[in-house]
Ligand binder design. Structure first.
Ligand SMILES: [Zn+2]
Length: 246
């Protein structure tokens, strides 16, 4: 498959034009013209690039790419090493950030809702989703099932009732959206990362909060996107999980 064909397909499928993002979505570093083998992963760190080189990948497809609005514009230090490795091995880098959180089928948030068996899902304006468990469950049981589903012990900041049913969630560094979960009267809010103030907000506003891991909550989308590409086109896709406790 040609690079520009893959780029056109992904940009259309993920509706990148609908998003105002903090980093460019789509092709970020240009490699070879022809793409047969793709490595997918959460973040385009050096360890992921090294694995892609070993697997002779033509492209890397990630959720967290480069050129974030807040970062220095110069290409020095670790950034130079990463980009040099890509260019030297002719590897294309594609990054899809918010479009991959929000996508209706393969988005991180859509897949988390499915993973936890949530129903009647309401998209709150923005990225947060609200859904319901089939019936109220003990908070401890729900916490254990979320931990099990992500293969990671979630951090539970208690604040709400003993039995819960309405769940709001948003993958990644979305702890600040707890305001929306409060507004929509969720029993539990789940995101990836946590802040000091989240503890107090949960307690004072009467909802439970789970920090389920930034990395852990953002593996699903990019992995599913690779599987989708492998199925739809004649491509080899390998999901490489570089462990991250945060
Ligand atoms: Zn993220």
């Amino acid at each position: 498959m040609l690079r520009h064909e893959l780029q056109d397909y992904l940009n259309g499928y993920l509706k990148v034009e609908e998003f105002k993002d903090y980093a460019p979505n789509g092709l970020q570093v240009e490699g070879g013209d022809d793409i047969q083998t793709i490595v997918t992963g959460v973040t385009a760190c050096q360890a992921l690039i090294d694995e892609a080189i070993k697997l002779k990948a033509d492209a890397i497809l990630v959720h967290h790419g480069y050129f974030w609005k807040s970062e220095p514009e110069v290409i020095t230090g670790f950034k130079q090493k990463r980009i040099k490795s890509l260019l030297k091995h002719d590897i294309n880098l594609f990054g899809y950030h918010l479009p991959l959180d929000a996508h209706g089928e393969l988005g991180n948030n859509a897949l988390l809702g499915k993973l936890w068996g949530l129903q009647d899902i309401t998209p709150i304006p923005g990225l947060v989703r609200l859904g319901r468990l089939a019936e109220p469950v003990a908070i401890e049981d729900f916490k254990n099932s979320v931990s099990k589903s992500l293969d990671r012990e979630v951090l539970h900041l208690p604040g709400g009732k003993e039995r819960v049913q309405t769940i709001a969630w948003c993958s990644g560094g979305a702890q600040g959206y707890i305001d929306q979960a409060i507004e929509w009267k969720a029993d539990v809010y789940i995101s990836g990362e946590v802040s000091e103030q989240t503890t107090h907000l949960a307690k004072e506003c009467g909802l439970h909060y789970f920090a389920a891991g930034h990395h852990a909550t953002e593996r699903l989308g990019i992995k599913a996107l690779g599987e989708h590409l492998a199925e739809k086109f004649d491509l080899q896709c390998h999901f490489v999980d570089i462990a991250n406790p945060v």
